[in-house]
Design a protein around this ligand. Structure first.
Ligand SMILES: O=P(O)(O)OC[C@H]1O[C@](O)(COP(=O)(O)O)[C@@H](O)[C@@H]1O
Ligand SMILES: [Mg+2]
Ligand SMILES: [Mg+2]
Length: 322
């Protein structure tokens, strides 16, 4: 099995980007270790704080954020970072070539039940004409990402990453301490019989999504003429990993549960990086209005509707909105 750095060099990834990726992965190895120790005590439960989005922070959210932030800012490769757990962007090295957005722990509600969680990251070039403390640097659409990925702290610690030349799976080999390439150019099957959505929000969805899910649930007796299965891991990293592995549609649609917050997932450090991975694997990543990676962001913590996965199924879902 190929090691990570030679695999990246084979794809002609620039050396400075490889160095940044290695820095990110050093942080994930440390987080993976902390996650494996968390149930021994001290790291479970919530802090007394909320993040800027009004969500209670888990202790492990904060630990993962501090680790990731410190390692990145000390590296010299990064001009600024933005994180789910930071109010605004944090300045790094003024000469850093890249900016990194991240969700230090995705699936926080799974921490205390020892279920799937992960770290999501997205890398853009740093604009040369902006100061390191200018958060406007992050207002770049997803199609300008130079790299995106996640690390899943599951039974195996897995890295799934793209630099725009396919989506590849790596596994952390603890015997030598590095990530090994286990599957190159993963492809999402175009058709599927599996969907992922939080069904408890059904009464709050818009009518097109209600109609689409209604037809899936009718199975072979309905207009789709085939049965569908449902999965919900409650961690986007886990749900998207399943979609990349065996296909499916994953959606967090608009809802009117809270009028001020029609969407749940965040564009910069959840939807955009996952869209890059899904598209590089031959899938589609959309809102009901268009391609996620074409959205011009207006703020770091912006939320967005998400409909992504197997190409034909995403297209079928979108047809209900026409
Ligand atoms: O509470 P719900 O509706 O199950 O939401 C689950 C979704 O929320 C998230 O956990 C949000 O991520 P965080 O844990 O990073 O806040 C997604 O990963 C997941 O898809
Ligand atoms: Mg998240
Ligand atoms: Mg999170």
């Amino acid at each position: 099995m190929q090691r990570l750095a030679p695999a990246l060099r084979q794809d002609n990834v620039p050396l400075d980007l490889i160095s940044l990726i290695k820095t990110i992965l050093a942080a994930t190895k440390e987080i993976s270790f902390r996650v494996s120790q968390a149930h021994l005590g001290g790291l479970l439960g919530s802090t007394l704080d909320e993040n800027i989005q009004g969500e209670v922070q888990k202790k492990l959210d904060v630990v993962a954020n501090e680790l990731f932030k410190d390692i990145l800012l000390e590296s010299g490769f990064v001009k600024a970072i933005s994180s789910e757990e930071e109010d605004t962007s944090v300045a790094g090295d003024p000469n850093g070539k890249f900016i990194v957005s991240f969700d230090p722990l995705d699936g926080s509600s799974n921490i205390d039940i020892n279920s799937l969680i992960g770290t999501i990251f997205s890398i853009h070039q740093a604009p040369e004409d902006m100061a390191a403390d200018n958060p406007d640097m992050f207002k770049q659409p997803g199609h300008k990402q130079v790299c995106a990925g996640y690390v899943l702290y599951g039974p195996s610690t897995m890295l799934v990453m793209t630099t725009g030349k396919g989506t590849h799976f790596y596994v952390l080999d603890r015997t030598h301490g590095g990530y090994l390439l286990v599957e190159r150019n993963v492809q999402v099957p175009q058709d599927t019989q599996e969907f992922a959505i939080n069904m408890s929000n059904q009464r709050f969805w818009q009518q097109p999504m209600k109609n689409y899910i209604h037809d899936l649930v009718l199975g072979e007796k309905g207009p789709r003429g085939k049965n569908f299965n449902m999965r919900w891991i409650a961690a986007m990293v886990g749900d998207i990993h399943r979609v990349l592995t065996r296909g499916g549609i994953f959606t967090y649609p608009a809802d009117n549960k809270n009028q001020e917050k029609p969407y749940k997932l965040r564009l910069m450090y959840e939807a955009n990086p996952m869209s890059f991975l899904i598209e590089q694997a031959g899938g589609l990543a959309m809102t009901s209005q268009g391609r996620i990676m074409d959205i011009e962001p207006d703020s770091i913590h912006q939320r967005v509707e998400v409909i992504m996965g197997s190409k034909n199924e995403v297209e079928t879902c979108l047809s209900y909105y026409q």
